[in-house]
Design a protein around this ligand. Sequence first.
Ligand SMILES: [Zn+2]
Length: 338
Amino acid sequence: MPVLYATHPLFLDHDTGNGHPERPARLRAVEQGIEAAGLREALVPVVPVPASPEDLARIHPPAYTQALDDFCRHGGGYLDGDTHVGRESWDAAALAAGAGLEVIRRLDRGEGAVGFCAVRPPGHHAVASRSMGFCLVNNVAVAAAFLADRGERVAIVDYDAHHGNGTQDLFWTDPRVFYVSLHEWPAYPGTGRIHDVGAGEGRGSTLNLPFPAATTGDVFRRSIDEVVVPALSAWAPTWLLVSAGFDAHRRDPLTDLGLTSADFADLTRDLVALVPSGRRLLFLEGGYDLEALAHSVGAVLSVLVDDGAYRPEGPSADGPGAAVIDSALNIRARLADG
Ligand SMILES: [Zn+2]
């Protein structure tokens, strides 16, 4: 079954200002990764359409999206210390969120096994009424809310090096969406403690795995196999969304984790097995070293297309972080006991 691939030239027009790590060249690196992996012919291109106001309103109040639209149309500027927008940024953000919904429509029609959205701006830090951390609209949350509203049980697994505070916050009490994050700790944005498990009806459907600097892929993989897969299998998701950030790569300039492109491919292979074909969608989040990003996207797409023929690096091992797995298992066991 084919892999659906959504991107658009408008994503290059989102202007974050000179010297910003979240830059248009990132999407050119993604394209280079596809070429290097020899996957161009294997991907089915999807032309995204902007998310409708109704689709956005499941996550973001109209007053927020309208203010953001107005701010961009008047030329933009800084929304916070590290989040900058230009004139085209609102249109890019609405299109990035819409890309996920368009891929879901195509997957629903049986046109593919899995989708990948190569979009910017990224989304997982955006909360309901505030942009932050390079994110304006929470793309993965817009897709999750769309699916949950039609009765799906949605697992979101976020392997970006930063905790997806926005996604966690949006579904903190929502039993229809299970949010899992593997991230560096301590690091921006300072959320995602191991004891944070959701609240109310959503208690137990948030799972945080905060890893120390230099953690390697073997520990990430063990945590998926020993903690994440058992927890999600018991919860029985009907859809899987992945916040696929690649800034946990050992070359990334913003973080200090120790993964390689092969690790991202292996993690992705383990995760997509959780749900049936046609019910899986990945969103690009972070990843700020261009070569690492190209390698990582190439290796991940290769796993989805041809079981990983393209593997420019080997997996990483022997870093710290194993204690996090034991702590997480203890917390899950206590939750299971009520
Ligand atoms: Zn990140």
